[in-house]
Design a protein around this ligand. Structure first.
Ligand code: NCD
Ligand code: ZN
Length: 352
C-alpha cells in the first residue's frame, strides 16, 4: 500500500498492568518500560507481596531509585488484597496518593498468589470502603478450583464471581485484567458504559492462541496466565482492542522470569513483552487497519477510566521496523527472553 502511514505520533502511552519485580530483575527490566510508557500500574505480587501502604511506598521508592537518570516515568502503586487487609490502611494509602488501586488475586490463581483472597465474603468490608472512596479494584479473573478446566477458568470466574460482585457493589470501579475470552469482552461491553467496568488487553493475547503453545513442540515462553485461548477468542480480543471503545485499554502484563524458571519441568507463567510493547501493539493495530485507534487504546482510555489526565508528551513510531532484542541479562547468572526475541517487527519507536 502506497498511502499507508510511515510515521505515527501519539500521546505517550501508559501500561495499566505491569510486573517489574524487585532487585536485579527490576533494575534490568524497568528502563525498557520507562523508555516507552509515561506511567504503569505496578503489580504487587512480590515475594513477599506488597500488602500494606507502607510496603507499597517502600516498593515505589525502590522503583524510583532504579529509574534511569532524567526519566519521568511514574509508577502507580497497588496493594495486594488478602483476607486480612485493613480498610483504613488502604484508605490512607489512596488518599495520600501512594496507592492507585487494589489487586485481587484469587488464592493460588497465578505466580506468587498464595496470599490471595480465599473468598469474596472475607473482603466485603474492604470492598465497601473502596466503593465509598472511589478506589479501583483490579481483578485477576480466574477461578482456581482444580476441577475447572484451565481453559474455562476465566469464563467460570465471570459467571460465578464477577457477576455477583458487580451486583453486590454497583458503584465499585473494577478493571478485569488481561481478558482472554469472548465472554470477557461481552461482559465488559455490557457494564463498560456505566463507567464501573473496564478491561486491559495484553499484546500477547492479541498475537497468540492456545495452539501457539504447542507449535512444533512445547513453547514454555508462551505460557502465561490466564492461558491463551482458542483462535475465536483471540479474534474477539483483536476486535475489542481495536474498536476504539473506551472500556478497553493497554496493559501488557509483561511478567519477566529467568529463562531457567521458564524452561523447566514445571515452568513459571508469564510472558516478557516490555522490551517492545508499543511496537507489538502497533503491529496488531496496523494488521487490523486500525492505527488511527491505537492512541485511544494505548494513551487515552486508561487515564480516562482512572480519572487521570493523559500524558502531556508524545512518542513517534516509524514504519521500517526493529528487531526484538535477544536475551536480556539480569545479574550475570540469570537472563530473560523477550517475546518474539530476534524477530523483526514492522514498527520502531524513535529514540527521544
Ligand atoms: C504473572 C507473574 O508472573 O507475576 N504471570 C502471568 O502469567 N501473567 C502473574 C499474573 O499476572 O497472573
Ligand atoms: Zn499480571
Amino acid at each position: 500500500m502506497t498511502d499507508a502511514p510511515q510515521r505515527l505520533t501519539i500521546r505517550r502511552p501508559d501500561d495499566w498492568h505491569l510486573h517489574i519485580r524487585s532487585g536485579a530483575m527490576l533494575r534490568a527490566v524497568l528502563p525498557l518500560t520507562a523508555r516507552q510508557m509515561g506511567r504503569a500500574i505496578i503489580m504487587p505480587n512480590l515475594v513477599p507481596p506488597a500488602v500494606t501502604t507502607t510496603q507499597a511506598e517502600a516498593y515505589r521508592d525502590e522503583i524510583l531509585a532504579a529509574l534511569p537518570a532524567g526519566s519521568r516515568f511514574q509508577p502507580l502503586m497497588t496493594a495486594y488484597l488478602t483476607d486480612g487487609t485493613d480498610a483504613d490502611d488502604l484508605e490512607r494509602g489512596f488518599r495520600s496518593g501512594v496507592l492507585t488501586a487494589v489487586k485481587l488475586y484469587p488464592a493460588h490463581a497465578t505466580t506468587n498468589s498464595a496470599h490471595g483472597v480465599t473468598s469474596i465474603a472475607h473482603v466485603v468490608p474492604v470492598l465497601e470502603r473502596m466503593q465509598a472512596i472511589g478506589m479501583p479494584l483490579l481483578v485477576h479473573g480466574e477461578v482456581t478450583h482444580a476441577d475447572v478446566d484451565i481453559f474455562d477458568r476465566e469464563a467460570v470466574f465471570l459467571e460465578t464471581v464477577l457477576t455477583p460482585l458487580l451486583a453486590r457493589f454497583p458503584r465499585l470501579k473494577i478493571v478485569l485484567e488481561h481478558i482472554t475470552t469472548a465472554e470477557g469482552v461481552d461482559l465488559v461491553r455490557r457494564h463498560g458504559p456505566s463507567g464501573r467496568l473496564a478491561a486491559t488487553i495484553t499484546v500477547h493475547h492479541l498475537m497468540i492462541n492456545r495452539s501457539s503453545l504447542f507449535a512444533g513442540g512445547i513453547r514454555p515462553h508462551l505460557y502465561c496466565l490466564p492461558i491463551a485461548k482458542r483462535e475465536s477468542h483471540r479474534l474477539a480480543l483483536r476486535r475489542a482492542a481495536t474498536s476504539g471503545e473506551p472500556w478497553f485499554f493497554l496493559g501488557t502484563d509483561s511478567a519477566p522470569h529467568p529463562i531457567g524458571a521458564k524452561e523447566s519441568a514445571c515452568g513459571c507463567a508469564g510472558i516478557f513483552t516490555a522490551a517492545t510493547a508499543i511496537e507489538l501493539y502497533a503491529q496488531v493495530f496496523d494488521e487490523e487497519g486500525a492505527l488511527d485507534r491505537l492512541e485511544a487504546f494505548a494513551s487515552l482510555n486508561g487515564p480516562a477510566f482512572y480519572g487521570l489526565p493523559p500524558n502531556a508528551d508524545s512518542i513517534i513510531l516509524e514504519r521500517g521496523g526493529c528487531v526484538v532484542p535477544d536475551v536480556l541479562d539480569v545479574d550475570g547468572r540469570n537472563a530473560v527472553l523477550p517475546f518474539r526475541s530476534g524477530e523483526r517487527l514492522d514498527w520502531r519507536l524513535l529514540a527521544e
